[in-house]
Ligand binder design. Structure first.
Ligand code: 26Q
Length: 842
């Protein structure tokens, strides 16, 4: 750079800081530029970024470029508020919440941030003035699919609520380069494609390399002959680079941070290896380090050998704890203050190595004694359980700890030694109990039980719906709950009404606000005021009209993106969630076959035409789940080509279920199927989204659906099937054959499958369904519930025909959904677990 230019820049600096645009213009003129365009004009909102970031004429900008420019403009608006939020927390030395999660299923950010910043009118103005196709623009943003399903989406809803409630919270997660795989359907089968969501630079993330942290492992990795090997006993380190994303609270007052870690290799080069000519070996360090945060692991209890997942979990924990401890130490000198300044919530056991890592920090870095370190760690940590499925409870081989994290294993053994001593004192001679509560599972391969570690090493364990919390306490971890009863509680899940009602369903939101004002947006309990409008004819009419509007919109979207045509005047009957046996998509398919058979044998049967929507992903290695997708697709095809039911039944499997698809489909739904085998769905959260959006629920008494019925009254839902107790009590004698032999419609439905009616060109392809539903005993009790499920749907069908009666029930459901705001859930976590108060920004 020439001297002259350096001088010019130096002298210009103060003016730039003063945002003196006249001086900037003068400066630019020295470079031969014209006056600075856009500054101080309304165009500044958006075109400025096209010109200055991309150096192109706004007239030729692509939709993607317009999306980026728009997002940067929105980011400009929140940036100072974001800085102020951080400064306020620091100045007040407020108690912080750290939400640790391997998953944050955030979806898209632009429309959400615009809405939460209350910028809709500004955007509307820019869109009108510049004739921007807003829908096309927001469609340019890929979903941030950094999660599998409910657990990841819950983390995202919690962030929204915590920011809205002005709580000093940070989310910590991993910056997966590839999120949840993309799903396409080929010949009925699911095909997985990589989700390269960061291909284009993401306007919402800000890399903060200066805040990197080092993570130490007691082994190294080497690339040898194309595969990676562990080198024992040769310590190595990884670098965690934080990428921050703003979390905008509703109203834009608080802007919290979601900090995602990317793995990188330390900034050195192994010249020794390079010198000996092993160039690839030297590069191995870089290659291996970066592949650590390459991809999100699918929720799949059937696969083994997840060594990389183990390292991912530790990496998240080590980076996040190093970061939060560093922050704590900036403002505090006394370690005893840690629990007064820090609350760490573990989203399932996935980050539960935090127990051992926090102890390691307090013992080895802070040099505290065991008792003090142990008390502080426990008081700081809290754990949320999301599953009762025994095969889904995490257990890691002790051997992996030995190789990677021997110090942590030592700490875990010490926790266990003290725990078991205590149990022996309290329950002398009860060796079976010792075996059950132990953090260590003996066997051919010694394993660490991560749920036990999380419960023993924290002050709080919660389930996510009342029935789930009760089962957790009385069955899954009964022995630990007996030892530490005061640690257990329930925090029923919720969802953010901003994304799931206000933004996803503008038509219904408008009518609600018209009727009861807009306080519901931040206090969803206000929806109860809608109750009296159930008796208001004109409200019922606008309510039904808003539903129809959403259905038409969805039908249009579906047609334009997939070519599939659906009729908005049919019942939209939805079942959307991860594909899993316990969620019983097969039960729904059987129900559809029963109806199909009825129509074939009785063409005159009166019935409101239905469109059945399915959507959801199967874990890539979960073969039966993938077969269920294939089955639904074949069912759809058979029904489509059968003139006997045309126009009356239609099955649609919508590929690539993600947050954005849920935002479109849920508002358009009339019916929500929540039909898990009772006792298996911890909570469910889509059930709540459907309820808020005026769909009626056909469901089992499971998870939070039970509480939805408590709120709305059982008469306003369609509950059916075995209860948790009945499932438990009938396990020993249940036989699906009884239903097959004694229920003609059940038998006919199954026989139709076995006859290859749905697979004429692929004979036998669905044979495994016979095994699951009959031969192997029907573990999830599909056949036990099929008859009552069909009956529930018949009642629902009859109600649908009476539009007035339907609208009444649907409105009462919306009015009763106030409890299921994540604001309510977060208020409970804040007061009962975290003991934190709002910290308004000033
Ligand atoms: C574990 C180890 C290795 C690889 C992956 C995993 C893994 C990843 C994700 C295990 C489980 C999950 C996700 C679980 C989940 O989404 N659970 C759901 O959590 C919701 C929020 O609480 C509940 O509403 C649902 O009932 C529950 O199924």
């Amino acid at each position: 750079m020439s001297n002259q230019r350096t001088t010019v820049l130096k002298s210009a600096t103060p003016d730039l800081l003063n945002k003196n645009s006249a001086s900037i213009s003068a400066l630019l003129q020295q470079y031969g530029c014209g006056p600075i365009p856009f500054v101080g004009t309304e165009n500044a909102f958006y075109e400025r970024h096209i010109v200055f970031d991309r150096a192109i004429d706004p007239k030729v900008a692509s939709a993607r470029e317009r999306f980026e420019a728009f997002s940067h403009s929105v980011r400009d608006i929140l940036a100072q508020r974001w800085v102020l939020t951080k400064a306020t927390y620091e100045r007040q030395n407020a108690k912080r919440i750290y939400y640790l999660s391997l998953e944050f299923l955030i979806g898209r950010s632009l429309a959400n941030n615009v809405s939460n910043l209350l910028l809709d009118p500004v955007v509307q103005h820019a869109v009108d003035a510049k004739r921007i196709d807003w829908l096309e623009l927001i469609d340019q943003e890929p979903d941030a699919g950094l999660g599998n399903g409910g657990l990841g989406r819950l983390a995202a809803c919690f962030l929204d609520s915590m920011a809205t409630m002005q709580l000093p919270a940070t989310g910590y997660g991993l910056r997966y380069e590839y999120g949840m795989f993309k799903q396409s359907i080929v010949n009925g089968w699911q095909q997985e494609n990589a989700d390269n969501w960061l291909r284009d630079t993401d306007p919402w993330e800000i890399a903060r390399p200066h805040e990197k942290v080092e993570v130490k492992l007691n082994c190294s990795f080497q690339l040898r002959g194309g595969s990676f090997q562990v080198v024992r006993g040769r310590p190595s380190s990884l670098i965690g680079i934080p990428f921050d994303r703003p979390v905008v609270g509703y109203g834009g007052k608080t802007i919290n941070t979601l900090r995602l870690w990317a793995a990188a290799a330390p900034d050195f080069f192994d010249f020794k290896e390079f010198g000996t000519g092993d160039f690839v070996g030297a590069l191995g360090e870089t290659l291996e380090a970066e592949s650590l945060t390459r991809v999100l692991y699918p929720d799949d209890s059937t696969t083994v050998g997840q060594g990389l997942r183990f390292v991912q979990e530790y990496f998240l924990v080590a980076c996040s704890l190093a970061d939060l401890v560093r922050r704590f130490q900036r403002h505090n000198t006394d370690w005893n203050e840690l629990p007064e300044k820090v609350a760490i919530q573990l989203n399932d056991t996935h980050p539960s190595m935090a127990v051992a890592e926090l102890l390691r920090i307090l013992l080895d870095d802070a040099h505290l004694g065991w008792d003090q370190a142990w008390e502080l760690a426990k008081k700081t940590l809290a754990y949320t359980n999301h599953t009762l499925l025994p095969e889904a409870l995490e257990k890691w081989p002790a051997a992996w700890f030995e190789i990677l994290l021997p110090r942590h294993l030592e700490i875990i053994y010490e926790i266990n030694r003290r725990l078991l001593d205590e149990v022996r004192l309290r329950f002398p001679g009860d060796d079976r109990r010792i075996e059950r509560v132990s953090l260590v599972e003996e066997g051919s391969q010694r394993k660490i039980r991560m749920a036990n570690l999380a419960i023993v090493g924290s002050h709080s364990t919660n389930g996510v719906a009342a029935v789930h919390s009760k089962l957790l306490r009385t069955s899954t971890v009964k022995d630990l709950a007996e030892i530490f009863p005061e640690r257990f509680s329930n925090k029923t899940n919720g969802v953010t009404p901003r994304r799931w009602l206000l933004q996803a369903n503008p038509a219904l939101s408008r009518e609600i606000t018209q009727a009861i004002g807009q306080r519901w947006i931040t206090d969803l309990s206000q929806l109860k005021e809608l109750g009296r409008f159930a008796e208001d004819r004109s409200f019922r009419e606008v309510f039904l009209a808003s539903k129809r509007e959403a259905k038409v919109q969805f039908a249009d979207w579906l047609k334009s993106t997939t070519g599939q045509i659906v009729d908005p005047d049919t019942v939209f009957d939805c079942h959307v969630k991860r594909i899993h046996e316990y969620k019983r998509q097969l039960l729904n398919a059987l129900r559809i076959i029963v109806v199909y058979n009825r129509l074939r044998s009785n063409p005159g049967l009166e019935m409101t035409p239905r469109t059945f929507f399915f959507a959801g992903k199967a874990a890539p290695a979960y073969r039966l789940a993938k077969l269920i997708i294939k089955f639904i697709n074949n069912l759809a095809e058979t029904i489509d080509s059968d003139a006997a039911v045309r126009g009356r039944l239609k099955v649609v499997f919508v590929p690539e279920y993600n947050v954005s698809l849920a935002e479109r489909l849920i508002p358009a739904s009339d019916v929500s199927n929540q039909i898990s085998t009772a006792g298996y769905e911890a909570s469910g959260t889509s059930n709540m989204k459907f309820m808020m959006n005026g769909a009626l629920t056909v469901g089992t008494r499971d998870g939070a659906t039970i509480e939805m019925a408590e709120e709305a009254g059982e008469e306003n839902l369609f509950l059916f099937g075995l209860t948790v107790e009945q499932v438990e009590n009938s396990r020993s004698w249940y036989s699906p054959y009884w239903h097959y032999e004694n229920e003609p419609e059940t038998r006919a439905a199954l026989d139709l499958i076995f006859s290859d009616h749905f697979s004429p060109n692929e004979p036998g392809v669905f044979a495994p369904l016979r095994d699951v539903l009959l031969t192997q005993g029907d573990h999830y009790m599909h056949l036990a519930d099929l008859t009552s499920y069909c009956r529930a749907h018949e009642e629902l069908g009859a109600l649908y025909a009476d539009r007035d009666a339907w609208a009444r029930k649907a409105i009462l459901n919306v009015a009763s959904s106030g409890k299921f705001s994540s604001d309510r859930t977060i208020a409970e976590y804040a007061s009962e677990i975290w003991k934190v108060e709002p910290c308004p920004i000033a």
